[in-house]
Design a binder for this molecule. Structure first.
Ligand SMILES: Nc1ncnc2c1ncn2[C@@H]1O[C@H](COP(=O)(O)OP(=O)(O)OP(=O)(O)O)[C@@H](O)[C@H]1O
Ligand SMILES: [Mg+2]
Length: 309
């Protein structure tokens, strides 16, 4: 459920710049209002329900294997869309094709009508797509706060001379980055560990930190790849609440998740993949009753839940 070849490399997050210079370690005691600070310029409640991202006939091939086979669906503004399917169904490949990691052999991905295909990863980040990874990718030696500030810097960059000479503008921007970073850590519930190296954080904190870092890029669409993997039931409940809060704060969420209770409980709509093909696209209650989905996936999971398998 966790391993596939595409998640082993690279060791550094694909959407951030490893060379970025981060020298913040202090935590301010006067935290500003979170919602104001996290993403003051983002669009909230704009045309909710309208397509934000469109995948059309998206196809990804690896040699003879078709990992994604003419997959078409919309991600609507303001929704939490689940992307589910058995292991190897093509879910992570779908994220990778959307975020510029893989080059599709066919089809299109558009965001608000503009194509995302062919753009560099950082350009896709700037366009408003952020993601977390199935296997956590953090800068282990950096503190939690620094990891988030790196995400902020993926969007807001001061000039190199400004950083070297520590101009007033640079210092102001650095202070703003720290405030925003702290607000994001607060938002995901891990502000108490702001100055701890990320590798020393409990697993659940690391998962939340990945979400904070993704939010730092001010995405319109937040893509979460199995954010609850390895969580206990209480942690899953908390994560569901966090995902709801994120959506209520104006973000659109695409969620890959194997835990059916979590998926059914938090999503507005679900797209189901099997062997790279879309086999269903509907509201959770319909997905639960869909014979093709039950045959492909839910039947197995339900047995697990009942302890029968
Ligand atoms: N870089 C790659 N090279 C070759 N094959 C790949 C690569 N990435 C993915 N695949 C294959 O594509 C198929 C889809 O993989 P993908 O990782 O998208 O599945 P998934 O739905 O995310 O599964 P899981 O639930 O296990 O994470 C699998 O057969 C996988 O082995
Ligand atoms: Mg996957």
């Amino acid at each position: 459920m966790t391993d596939s070849t595409n998640d082993q490399t690279p060791p550094v997050p694909a959407d951030v710049d490893a060379d970025v210079d981060v020298d913040v370690v202090t935590v301010p005691d006067d935290l500003p209002d979170i919602a104001e600070v996290v993403a003051p310029d983002r669009e909230i409640s704009v045309a909710v329900g309208e397509p934000l991202v469109r995948l059309d006939e998206l196809t990804v091939e690896f040699g003879g294997l078709t990992a994604l086979d003419h997959v078409t669906f919309d991600i609507r503004r303001g929704e939490i869309l689940g992307l589910i399917g058995p292991n190897g169904a093509g879910k992570t490949t779908c994220f990778n094709a959307m975020t510029g990691v893989y080059k599709p052999s066919h089809g299109t991905v558009t965001m608000e009508g503009a194509s995302l295909l062919g753009k560099k990863k950082h350009a896709i980040t700037r366009a408003g797509v952020a993601r977390t990874f199935q296997n956590i990718r953090l800068f282990g030696e950096m503190t939690a706060l620094e990891n988030v500030v790196v995400g902020l810097d993926a969007r807001h960059r001061t000039s190199v001379p400004g950083a070297i000479f520590r101009t007033p503008r640079h210092l102001r921007e650095e202070r703003e980055s720290i405030d925003r970073g702290m607000a994001l850590l607060e938002f995901v519930g891990i502000a108490d560990k702001a100055t701890a190296p990320s590798r020393s954080l409990p697993y659940g904190y690391q998962r939340r930190l990945e979400i904070a870092r993704a939010l730092a890029t001010e995405p319109k669409l937040l893509c979460l790849d199995e954010p609850a993997a390895g969580f206990n039931p209480a942690e899953k409940q908390e994560l569901m609440q966090l995902i709801r809060t994120i959506r209520d704060d104006g973000y659109t969420v695409l969620l890959i998740e194997h835990d059916m209770k979590l998926v059914m409980g938090v999503t507005d709509r679900i797209v189901v993949l099997e062997f790279g093909r879309k086999i269903a696209d509907d509201v959770p209650v319909k997905i639960q009753q869909d014979p093709a989905v039950i045959a492909a996936y839910l039947g197995v999971e339900e047995e697990d839940d009942d302890g029968a398998a």
